[in-house]
Design a protein around this ligand. Structure first.
Ligand code: ZN
Ligand code: ZN
Length: 584
């Protein structure tokens, strides 16, 4: 659940409708009614999930994470699976077929999570209320006084919430225990300074304010008590943070909804790593004499490392970071038009803005799009600034996001990556896809476009002798692509095998050319998440493979532009099902 919410906060996508005939058939009409009641009861069952995607009817509720709630969830899964299976998939429109699969996957995955995965027993970090409450104060979806009153009502359950949490926990992993302690402490300010700031701005009278403050203090006490309890837990036989082969294979199946198994994707990632290393070596050798007067290092890894170092020095000045990103957007659009790669709707230009204060510190760029219940909202391209960074910090960051990588980042986040995918998905909205959309498809598309743009010569100078992208661009692309490839190898090796921290750091720094700090961060992430790190490579691989299949099928009639437009027309559905429809 928590992971799901995090993904949803990052990208809220709308699905599409690719019905062949304009007139809905009877099965579709019935299915639409079923979907409506499914979503409404989903929100009733998960009121904090509902709030996080902008549905505020249940804002005053906070369900307890106890056995009664889990039984309610199981009953919900059972009855909705029965209702779902009354429909014959082949009777439905393409859009409803993919919705069917997404709903089915969600229900089966929930059942499996409660019965088999049982992370509510071993992951204490799954208990944390601060995010939900922080959003109620930060997001301006309703008048402040009303939001504070819901905040107050929802707070009432916090002490019982943490009591239920303590009852669930058995031999938790040390990693998730540590994470729970730091994240719950980090969230305290929501009920202290954040709440106090909101009260000052509100129109509530003093009596009501002090009642709210008192309940805020109870919430703080309950969270602190939970943290103390975790710190003193007599945990003689902690569970390993490694998921193990069997659970991993299942979780991969539910989270990725891929044509491939976890084992198959792992083997494909190993092959890709080998391919990238060969390409990087050849490209570095080619570039060496252009940049150096000395002879090239004989060790291939050292040669690649030094060449990457050399090219990383080509970066913008801190003050120009934002404008460099902004200036890129029209260049990308022009290139796509000139090469006829995909139709870009000119009526929906991307709104570039400086990242809002609550995102500050996360330099770089990201897309934020309105949720499915906020149709009037704008989609923004948030661009970070390096204001206030010390010069060493800024230099290291700018070397990482050098001239080449910055362009790849824009392709990924904006055009024709995430933003373009979003515009296509919005053409025929599906609430189911905006809530349960497939993350491997979404990330896979963005990663695929990086390769596709370079294949078509992106970055070549206007009068260059060949139309191929420059070797510098390719080398940095390979390094970038190696990151998602090695993320997959790391995740699989850690959770299904016994890859140690030392081995992991070696893989990331020596084979993927990452900085020590980045590699350490990745180790932390892999020890508290599972499968998530695979979504980029899995989706990318499936899209590349599908393109090859389509090329074979269409022969000389294959048109890249048509492939892209058809692929995106199905919305944020798993590539597995898009493939079935495209090959049909
Ligand atoms: Zn520099
Ligand atoms: Zn992405």
């Amino acid at each position: 659940m928590r992971q799901r919410i995090l993904l949803l906060v990052a990208f809220i996508f709308m699905g599409s409708n690719v019905r062949v005939s304009a007139r809905p058939n009877e099965a579709d009409t019935h299915f639409d009614v079923f979907k409506g009641s499914f979503i409404e009861s989903l929100w009733e069952l998960y009121p904090t999930w509902a709030s996080s995607i902008g549905y505020h009817k249940f804002d005053a509720l906070l369900p307890l994470p106890d056995a009664a709630q889990r039984n309610k969830e199981l009953a919900f899964c059972k009855s909705n699976l029965a209702a779902l299976r009354k429909f014959k998939v082949s009777d439905l429109s393409d859009a409803n077929q993919t919705d069917y699969h997404l709903i089915e996957n969600q229900l089966l995955s929930t059942e499996w999570g409660i019965k088999e995965l049982r992370s509510y027993e071993w992951d204490p970090s799954s208990y944390n209320v601060s995010g939900t409450f922080a959003e109620m104060l930060a997001n301006d979806y309703a008048p402040l006084d009303q939001r504070i009153r819901n905040f107050y009502a929802r707070m009432a359950a916090i002490p019982d919430y943490y009591k239920a949490a303590r009852k669930n926990i058995q031999n938790p992993t040390l990693e998730h225990t540590e994470l729970a302690i730091s994240q719950n402490i980090g969230g305290l300010s929501v009920f202290e300074s954040d709440l106090e700031d909101a009260l000052k701005k509100s129109g509530l009278d003093d009596v009501e304010k002090s009642r709210i403050r008192a309940r805020g203090a109870e919430a703080v006490a309950a969270i602190k008590e939970y943290v103390e309890w975790l710190k003193n837990l007599d945990n003689k036989h902690p569970r390993s943070f490694r998921l193990g082969k069997e659970l991993y294979a299942k979780k991969f199946m539910f989270d990725m909804q891929s044509t491939y198994t976890a084992d198959e994707i792992y083997r494909k990632a190993l092959d890709r790593k080998k391919y990238l290393h060969e390409k990087m070596y050849a490209t570095s050798l080619l570039l060496w004499s252009k940049y150096h007067r000395t002879s090239a290092p004989t060790d291939s890894t050292e040669l690649i490392r030094q060449m990457i170092e050399t090219l990383s020095a080509d970066h913008v000045k801190p003050a120009e970071f934002q404008s460099a990103i902004e200036k890129q957007i029209p260049v990308l659009v022009d290139f796509i038009k000139k090469k006829d790669l995909i139709y870009i709707d000119p009526s929906k230009p991307l709104v570039v803005r400086r990242e809002p204060a609550y995102m500050a510190g996360v330099a770089g760029a990201s897309i934020s799009s309105p949720g499915p219940y906020d149709k009037e909202g704008n989609t923004y391209y948030n661009v970070g600034s390096l204001d206030g960074w010390d010069s060493a910090q800024a230099e290291s960051y700018l070397r990482e996001y050098n001239k080449y990588i910055l362009q790849i980042l824009n392709i990924h986040e904006a055009i024709p990556g995430h933003y373009t995918q979003l515009v296509y998905a919005n053409q025929s909205p599906s609430l189911v896809k905006s809530v349960l959309g497939n993350n491997a498809m979404i990330e896979g598309w963005a990663v695929y476009t990086e390769l596709m743009m370079l294949e078509n010569g992106y970055g070549a100078r206007p009068h260059a002798p060949t139309a191929d992208a420059p070797a510098e661009m390719w080398l940095m692309y390979y390094k970038w692509n190696l990151r998602s490839t090695c993320n997959t190898i790391l995740d699989y090796s850690v959770h299904t095998g016994n890859m140690t921290k030392e081995e992991a750091l070696k893989l990331l720094t020596q084979e993927a050319f990452q900085q020590q700090a980045e590699a350490e961060g990745k180790w932390k992430r892999v020890s508290v998440t599972q499968v998530q790190l695979c979504c980029y490579f899995t989706g990318f691989t499936e899209i590349c493979d599908l393109r090859e299949e389509m090329k074979k099928k269409a022969g000389s009639n294959f048109k890249l532009k048509q492939f892209h437009e058809q692929f995106l027309s199905y919305g944020s559905a798993p590539v597995k099902y898009i493939r079935q429809m495209m090959l049909r």
